[in-house]
Design a protein around this ligand. Structure first.
Ligand code: NDP
Length: 402
């Protein structure tokens, strides 16, 4: 009897719960818990009525508090926690999993609230503890990080003798009709985008200004879109796990309208993450901004267009000859909304989280310790993720434009 506990009930949590409920043979029982139980109740009711299932219950937890988490885990006794709250809660949830003997999976690396700093070291420091407890922790199992790492592992396993360059390319060619909105949690999203850029070159990290380097890249079924070099967390684990890589970069598309709004938000101080006093109360400007921006979960209804995310890799093939390779998925916002009530950015994160959880529960990705997704066999994951709504495509010996 498998029971899974999903913590966090935003756009990603909603899609993941929906996808788990579609697979009752693996996810026999599902518990959704978040800070506000009424949101979980609403999502559970909607999934039950859409899919006609009855195996979902809900609960309340403040995931910043280890004792509350431990009590939650003891109440429900799940095999696995899928952490789809915010990156701030990764360590408290990992602590509770260790205390209660429960496996763990998340989609974003730990970030302290007071400094926007992205690195795996905090979570990798739990390796020995998870290993000694015989528990598995799977880190970063969304799309990017997540499928991007699995695509890279698949390329290494099946096509390349040596991979020399890796470019992860993330395009959102969707239109939600709003002047400015973020596609997932605004606070997390804006913290990430306003950071300096960083990429890996010949064993060193090179830092750039935020969104300083950009160029048009052509995306399948979409066409050219201006793409901006950013730091993204999977670069850290992929460059460690594939030491033949001489260069690794991450690119994301942004429209001019979005960038203009972002610049104004920064210029007027609304992207600040340090508290300022307002009417005698400390407030964090970015958290206040989140409260007035559109809720990413409400964007789905009018969202049209597609996302296209993939890996462009160059190196030598198994036959020793030069090889270029592109593996990607395109996901349609409207189709994602019709199926789950959420847009494609939540969909492309929630489906891989469910797929990784399924791999773990089936014993295919069960390996005590703390691991990034590329450390597991990519084949069963990619077979399942395609069946679950994210088919992937390959192109060989093309111009990578990079
Ligand atoms: P949302 O902001 O929509 O949802 C976050 C959820 O977490 C909400 O239900 C919120 O509850 C809950 N939460 C926040 N703080 C706590 C807490 N202290 N205790 C309990 N619950 C809490 O975010 P998204 O769904 O857009 O994103 C979820 C995660 O997915 C994030 O970590 C994000 O970084 C990651 N992500 C990963 C991607 C990838 O490709 N790897 C892409 C996109 C997102 P409430 O609303 O009640 O406050």
């Amino acid at each position: 009897m498998n029971k899974v506990l999903i913590i966090g009930c935003g756009g990603v949590g909603t899609v993941c719960a929906f996808k788990c409920a579609q697979n009752p043979d693996v996810f026999n029982e599902i518990v959704i818990a978040s800070r506000h139980k009424e949101k979980c109740d609403k999502v559970a009711a909607s999934i039950k009525s859409r899919l006609g299932v009855s195996n979902i219950t809900t609960d309340q937890v403040d995931a910043d508090e280890v004792p509350q988490l431990v009590a939650l885990l003891k109440r429900h006794k799940p095999q696995l926690v899928i952490n789809l709250a915010l990156p701030y809660q990764d360590l408290t949830i990992m602590d509770a999993c260790l205390e209660c003997g429960v496996d763990y999976l998340d989609t974003a690396n730990y970030e302290p609230k007071d400094v926007a700093h992205f690195e795996y070291s905090w979570q990798w420091a739990y390796r020995d503890k998870f290993e000694q407890a015989g528990l598995t922790a799977i880190l970063g199992c969304g799309f990017d990080p997540g499928v991007s790492g699995v695509y890279t592992a698949y390329a290494a396993k099946h096509h390349f003798g040596h991979m020399h360059t890796l470019d992860i390319v993330d395009c959102n060619a969707g239109n939600h009709g709003k002047a400015f909105a973020t596609n997932f949690n605004p606070e997390i999203n804006i913290r990430e985008i306003t950071q300096p850029g960083r990429y890996y070159q010949d064993g060193k990290w090179v830092t750039t200004g935020a969104l300083e380097i950009h160029r048009p890249l052509t995306y399948p079924e979409i066409g050219p879109r201006e793409s901006y070099l950013m730091y993204h967390e999977e670069l850290e684990s992929l460059t460690k796990n594939y030491p033949s890589l001489k260069r690794a970069r991450f690119w994301m598309t942004f429209g001019q309208e979005y960038l203009t709004h972002l610049r104004v938000i920064q210029d007027i101080g609304m992207a600040r993450i340090d508290p300022v006093m307002y009417n005698g109360q400390p407030i964090v400007p970015l958290q206040f901004l989140k409260a007035v921006l559109p809720n990413p979960q409400d964007l789905g209804k009018d969202y049209t267009g597609k996302t296209s995310i993939g890996c462009r890799i160059a190196g030598t093939g198994r036959d020793g000859k030069p090889l270029t390779y592109y593996i990607y998925n395109n996901c349609d916002h409207h189709a994602a909304y019709e199926e789950t009530g959420m847009q494609a950015v939540s969909y492309t994160t929630g489906v891989p989280a469910m797929t990784g959880a399924m791999m773990l529960l089936k014993g295919l990705w069960k390996k005590p310790g703390v691991h990034n997704v590329e450390e597991f066999d990519p084949d069963p994951f990619l077979e399942q993720v395609a069946k679950s709504g994210l088919p992937w495509h390959e192109q060989f010996n093309i111009d990578l434009e990079l």
